[in-house]
Design a protein around this ligand. Structure first.
Ligand code: GLU
Length: 444
């Protein structure tokens, strides 16, 4: 799963798209592409390799990309090798589509579309989405209605950005299992898989919910859930705080290593206070701390009933969970299981009654972790409590769990986790202590 950027504006948007893709580069990708509508035509450029290759290719004929609406993508191949023909956007007739995620049933859909006469030029799962929308659009020439009719046919987790030459003022966005935000501007609007991509153009964001479909024009954003128009709050963020800049460091990971002491102390501060007043402080007393009374106070009754801990996470977060298993079992004697989310979600596991399901994710948008969480909620065992241990307060994971335990790491751009991991460990230890105290398994 990699990156999406889209824009509809009065000004030319090609540079906004390219700059947005550059800001998503930290996520890793194999190719990049964009499509802009200009003079009733889709102009597309795609390149394997760095976004800079795409920037160079666009610069050969920049006039083709002077347009007011467009979509762009960085791809991390799941279906088909990294190659120009597999890079997004994918086009069917007058429609262009960018896609993050996976369409699991794409091969059946592909057969049906081939039988109808559609020709495939890529090996991707995404191309079926473009052809399906094209097929349904021709029925009543309504792009939103066509997209709405296609979504139930697709199985998987995905985010989509769609444009059509016949609707040059209209950008359609879909969010189902992969992150997508709408950036709200003045007389211009944007989409992106991560708000970081849009910080140069806006600091106002609308977070789509699972299953939302949005129709975005220059001056209006209409969001639909189950076919009904719904309102989604606009959140204003402190762009300064979110603006991740390398500063004096050679690369982000180095900067983030040096940010660890601050991140760890911010995370500790949410839960700990000194047991002595400032005047009393002497060298011994300085090291004496206790849990703050208000730390997770609202959730004490829920946590009191927990008899088992289930950690679900991926990658580095999974490793933080494995460390926490030793702490939970050593210090509180509560049994703790830890499982990689991608295994958990595909194997129909038993969720024990009175489990605390701890989902750990830096971004709070890890598709496998979200899906595993939803599976535990569907099973609805007695006394289930879910907790998001996460670095992004506005994320899906936080919205979908009972308890939010923040790590105060700030944006982590480096792909190899540093400060996010260390703050996860700190927050997990604080949680172990809190549960131990609530259940009288430990002294405060
Ligand atoms: N499954 C799509 C492909 O392989 C999208 C991959 C992505 O999220 O970048 O092209």
């Amino acid at each position: 799963m990699c990156g999406i950027v889209g824009a509809v504006a009065e000004r030319n948007i090609a540079n906004i798209l390219l700059e947005g893709l550059k800001r998503l580069e930290y996520r890793g990708y194999d190719s990049a592409g964009l499509t802009v509508i200009r003079n009733n035509e889709l102009h597309r450029e795609r390149q394997v390799g760095k976004v800079q290759e795409l920037v160079n290719a666009v610069a050969v004929n920049p006039q083709f990309f002077d347009g007011h609406i467009g979509i762009a993508h960085t791809r991390w191949a799941t279906h088909g090798e990294p190659a120009q023909r597999n890079a997004h956007p994918h086009i069917s007739g007058k429609i262009a589509v960018v896609h993050n995620g996976i369409v699991e049933n794409y091969s059946e859909l592909k057969e049906e579309l081939i039988a109808k006469g559609y020709e495939f030029t890529s090996q991707t799962d995404t191309e079926v989405v473009a052809h399906l929308i094209n097929d349904l659009y021709s029925q009543d020439n309504d792009l939103l209605a066509a997209v709405r009719a296609v979504i139930p046919k697709l199985h998987g987790a995905f985010a989509l950005g769609i444009v059509h030459v016949d609707c040059p003022d209209e950008l359609i966005a879909v969010r189902l299992g992969s992150p997508l935000v709408i950036g709200v501007g003045i007389g211009e609007n944007f989409i992106a898989s991560d708000q970081l991509a849009l910080l140069p153009v806006t600091n106002r964001f609308m977070y789509l919910e699972e299953g939302d479909i949005a129709k975005i024009t220059r001056d209006k954003v209409s969001v639909y859930a189950d076919g009904v128009e719904v309102s989604r709050k606009i959140n204003e963020i402190d762009a300064q705080q979110h603006n991740a800049d390398k500063g004096e460091f050679k690369h982000y990971m180095l900067k983030e290593i040096y940010e660890q002491p601050d991140a760890v102390s911010r995370t500790l501060e949410m839960a700990l206070e000194s047991t002595v007043s400032n005047e009393q402080i002497d060298d011994d007393a300085k090291n004496s701390y206790q849990l703050k009374a208000d730390f997770l106070q609202r959730h004490e009754s829920k946590l009191a009933g927990i008899r088992h801990i289930q950690v679900i996470a991926c990658g580095t977060s999974y490793h933080a969970g494995m460390v926490a298993k030793y702490w939970f079992e050593n210090l509180t004697r509560l049994p703790c299981s830890v499982e990689v989310a991608s295994e958990f979600r595909y194997r129909n596991p038993v969720v024990i009654d009175h489990s605390l399901v701890i989902c750990i994710s830096q971004s709070g948008e890890t598709a496998d972790t979200l899906s595993a969480l939803r599976d535990t909620q569907k099973q609805a065992p007695t006394g289930l409590v879910s907790l998001a241990l996460c670095n992004v307060p506005t994320s899906s994971l936080v919205r979908e769990t009972d308890i939010y335990l923040p790590t105060h790491a700030g944006p982590e751009i480096g792909v190899a986790s540093t400060k996010a991991f260390t703050t996860q460990l700190v927050a997990l230890m604080l949680l172990v202590l809190k549960i131990g105290v609530i259940q009288s398994r430990l002294d405060n």
